[in-house]
Each structure stands twice: as structure tokens, then as C-alpha cells.
Design a binder for this molecule. Structure first.
Ligand code: ADQ
Length: 455
């Protein structure tokens, strides 16, 4: 393969952002091939920038553009995060359709495609990431680029009935099919997209994941993303992880820890999770004082008003549950609206008896995989996992729940808390084997092999 060219809204230009699995995987390919990473600089300016900030780090070239205030408002906040994000997470009720924002979204895709196309070389392979750049492949083709161009969607893809609610759905779908390879997190997301192409545009399935539509052929496949399993297991053994585990143990005493770690987002099902925790204590008074549920959820994109409402809702729910069930020496549900380092989270996962990963809809959910890798073999915790996370297709030995059903989620937490050691170990070994085998390298290699089959 020639150079790998990555395009994503946020890049790992800041060395601190190179710790996560995705950044590590992309970073490795970029370093190996002397590639480039294009994206947003994080800065906002008044006038449309001419050109980009270019610099090199460890042999990787970063090409970052500022966004104007108007671009940030319409491309990022209004279209990516208030149209695509809610609809793709099955939340039509939260979508704010906005034709003007689509225009800016399209303009930004084209503007960045122009910057990329100017710097592309003949043997390059382009890999575009996520929902900010659905139109990038098409924009690159219009700018004259003909080389291999793939796209990976990190979030779910909705059923056609929902996707069609987006007024610009046909533009988006047509533009997406300019990519040579379109990757989804799960076979379910892939099936939704294929059904849309077949129903709406007479797409024809040719076998081996190939679809003929709009006069050309595109590969549409599922590539479930993984983590760096050894890296996370090691993170759970660091001094920082030990310190975090010790600090929370002081508070826990001999109580079991039930942990949830999510960005504060309505897709993560946090109010429903809190309700299920309330139900656990309602149904099992014998658990009073024996369990401490800790939810870590730092606010994200807090400018968008739905997130502010979610915050208020969580504050109220946690207050009510603690008011109803708490005691002088026991806080049943602790909720920390702040973020912790990867090592600290790994340390908390390590000592947790139960990991709660109950999104209403999630592309993959890496926390589920991280939780598994942090567990000690001699006394592993149990993962309670939503059937609506992409991870549920791979992690069949977790306790799989419907996050909308607080009774079943409460039952699953109870089952996890009372599960015999042998069953916990048997489930955990199978889960660990999957996470180790289908790791971030497996994901990257499968995608890049399909994108550049000749190599
Ligand atoms: P996210 O929605 O951000 O990602 P997720 O996959 O769970 O969701 O988490 C990404 C990373 O952020 C994990 O490494 C996790 O440890 C970290 N993280 C989460 N909450 C944190 C917290 N409270 N404090 C500190 N770190 C935290 C999107 C999609 C997912 C998909 C990923 C990768 O929405 O469905 O799995 O991309 O493709």
C-alpha cells in the first residue's frame, strides 16, 4: 500500500489524543506509510480560511483547517449533531431538520475535500471516518481523485424508514456510494443501509458484500471496531489505576461496585439506567447497603440544548433514588459528571463486580470491551450489555438486556451481583477471547484489505 490518508473531524494532532484504540490503529498505519491526517484544527475564525496548518510529527503529516463560526454552527452543531446524530441513533423526535445547515455541511465537506485533493499522490489510499464526512468521497471524486477511497461509520445506521425522514437523504446516499468501501459497525447497520439502497434505488446485491447502485459498484460490509486489548489490560495494572481503585475502595468498604462510564449523551440510556437501579433497590431490599452504583458521565457537546435537559433529568433521578434508598452511611447511586484518564477508568473497571453498558442505541461501544479486558481472571466482574449496542453482536456471553425494560435490567444487575464465581469466569473467558481476537488491528486490517485488495 502507498501512503494512508486519514480524514476525520477530530484528529490525534495532540499527542494526548493518541491513547485511544482508533487513534493508535490509524496512527500506526500513518507512521508506517508516511501518511497524512486531515481534519479540523479545533480553532474558530471569522473568515473562511485559505489553506490549512501543515506540520509533521513522527513522520506523519497533519493538515488541519480552522472552521468559521458559521461553519461550526451549521456543519458541526446543527447538521452533524442535530440532524445526523439523532436520526442515526433512531431519535427522529430530537432531529432539527435544517436545509441551510445541510448546505454548510456540504460546503465544508467540499472545502476540506479540496484541501485533501491538492495534496494527494497517485498511490495513496484514502480512509474517511464518521458522520461528519458522509459526502467526502463524492466531493473528492468531483475534485478529480480516482484512487481507493473508503469510509467507516462509527455510529449506527438507521432503518430506511427513519433515514428517509432526512430531507436530504437521497443526496447523502448517492454521495456515500461514491466510496469504494462503506464500513459499518454491525451487520444490522449494514442491513439497514442495503435495504435502503435496494428499496429506494433498485440497488442490486451481487454477493460478497458488493452492491450495484447508481451505475457503479460499492462494497458495503460490517467491520466491528475493536480495542487494543493488551494496552487496556496493562492500563489496568498501572500505579494510576491502583490509586483510582484504592480511592474508590475507601468509599466502598466491602460493598460491591457497579460501574457505568459513558459520555453524557441521550443515546447512552442513562435515565433508563438510573430507573433500573432504582428498581433494583425497590425489588431487592436485601441489597441495601451492599452495593454502590457509580456512574461516570462527563458532559459532552453541552451547547446543544438536549444535553442540558439530560443533565437536569439525571440530577433529579439520582437525587430521588438516593433520597428514597440512601442511608446515613450509604449513597446507593453516585453520579460524577467529570472525566477520568484511561488508566483511572481501567482501575475502576478492574475492581467492579458489574459493568453497566446499556445504551438505547450505540455504534459499537468500546467501554464494554475495555471493561472485559480490565477484569482479573481470578474474580472477574459481569458485563450487563444492551442488545442495541453494536458490541452485542460479538459479546454474546454478556448478560444481554433491553435497556428500555427497567425490570429486566434490574434483574440482570441482580443476577450479575449474585452470579457464582465459576459462571462469571466461564462467561468472562469467552468474552475475553472475542475481544482479543477481534481487536483494533483485526478491524483495521480487514478494512484496508478490502479497500486495497491488490496489496
Ligand atoms: P463514543 O460514543 O464516544 O464513540 P464509546 O465507544 O463507548 O463511545 O467510547 C469511546 C471511548 O471514550 C472509550 O475508550 C471510553 O473509555 C472513553 N470514555 C467514555 N466515557 C468516558 C468517560 N466518562 N471518561 C473518560 N473516558 C470515557 C463512537 C460511537 C461508538 C463507537 C466508537 C468507536 O458512538 O458507538 O464504539 O465511536 O467506533
Amino acid at each position: 500500500m502507498g501512503r494512508l490518508i486519514a480524514i476525520s473531524n477530530r484528529t490525534a494532532a495532540d499527542p494526548k489524543a493518541r491513547a485511544g484504540g482508533l487513534a493508535v490503529a490509524v496512527w500506526e498505519s500513518l507512521k508506517e506509510t508516511g501518511g497524512s491526517w486531515f481534519g479540523w484544527s479545533g480553532n474558530l475564525v471569522d473568515d473562511v480560511p485559505r489553506g490549512a496548518n501543515v506540520f509533521r510529527d513522527e513522520g506523519v503529516e497533519f493538515v488541519l483547517t480552522d472552521l468559521t463560526h458559521e461553519e461550526h454552527e451549521n456543519y458541526y452543531l446543527n447538521y452533524a449533531n442535530r440532524v445526523i446524530w439523532p436520526v442515526f441513533h433512531y431519535r427522529l423526535d430530537l432531529a432539527h431538520f435544517n436545509g441551510e445547515a445541510f448546505k454548510t455541511y456540504s460546503d465544508v465537506n467540499q472545502r476540506i475535500a479540496g484541501i485533501v485533493a491538492n495534496r494527494l499522490q497517485r498511490d495513496d489510499t484514502v480512509w474517511v471516518h464518521d458522520y461528519h464526512f458522509l459526502l467526502m468521497g463524492d466531493a473528492l471524486r468531483h475534485a478529480g481523485w480516482e484512487g481507493p477511497t473508503g469510509f467507516f461509520l462509527h455510529i449506527p445506521f438507521p432503518p430506511p424508514e427513519m433515514f428517509r425522514a432526512i430531507p436530504e437523504h437521497h443526496w447523502i446516499a448517492r454521495a456515500m456510494c461514491a466510496y469504494d468501501v462503506i464500513g459499518f459497525q454491525s451487520s444490522h447497520d449494514r442491513a439497514n443501509f442495503v435495504r435502503y439502497l435496494v428499496d429506494q434505488f433498485d440497488g442490486e446485491e451481487l454477493g460478497e458484500d458488493l452492491i450495484r447502485v447508481f451505475g457503479s459498484t460499492t462494497r458495503v460490509a460490517a467491520y466491528p471496531i475493536g480495542i487494543d486489548p493488551d494496552g487496556f489490560r496493562d492500563a489496568a495494572q498501572t500505579a494510576k489505576a491502583d490509586r483510582a481503585a484504592e480511592r474508590i475502595s475507601r468509599f466502598l468498604g466491602d460493598r460491591h461496585l457497579v460501574i457505568g462510564v459513558d459520555r453524557m449523551d441521550y443515546s447512552k440510556g442513562l435515565p433508563q439506567r438510573f430507573e433500573a437501579v432504582g428498581q433494583l433497590f425497590d425489588a431487592h431490599p436485601e441489597m441495601d447497603g451492599k452495593v454502590s452504583v457509580t456512574q461516570i458521565a462527563p458532559p459532552s457537546r453541552s451547547k446543544v440544548e438536549e444535553y442540558q435537559e439530560l443533565r437536569t433529568q439525571l440530577d433529579q433521578l439520582a437525587g430521588r433514588i438516593n433520597g428514597d434508598h440512601g442511608d446515613l452511611d450509604w449513597i446507593p447511586l453516585r453520579y460524577l459528571a467529570r472525566s477520568y484518564s484511561r488508566e483511572e477508568l481501567a482501575g475502576l473497571f478492574r475492581i467492579a463486580r458489574v459493568g453497566l453498558v446499556t445504551p438505547l442505541r450505540d455504534g459499537m461501544n468500546l467501554v464494554a470491551k475495555e471493561f472485559i479486558m480490565a477484569q482479573p481472571e481470578e474474580d472477574p466482574g459481569v458485563l450487563v450489555l444492551s442488545e442495541f449496542a453494536g458490541a452485542a453482536e460479538q459479546l454474546r456471553d454478556a448478560l444481554i438486556v433491553n435497556p428500555h425494560d427497567k425490570f429486566k435490567v434490574a434483574d440482570a444487575i441482580y443476577q450479575a451481583l449474585t452470579m457464582p464465581l465459576e459462571e462469571r469466569q466461564a462467561r468472562w473467558r469467552k468474552l475475553k477471547a472475542v475481544v482479543e481476537e477481534q481487536d483494533i488491528g483485526w478491524w483495521r486490517n480487514r478494512f484496508l484489505k478490502d479497500l486495497t485488495p491488490a496489496d
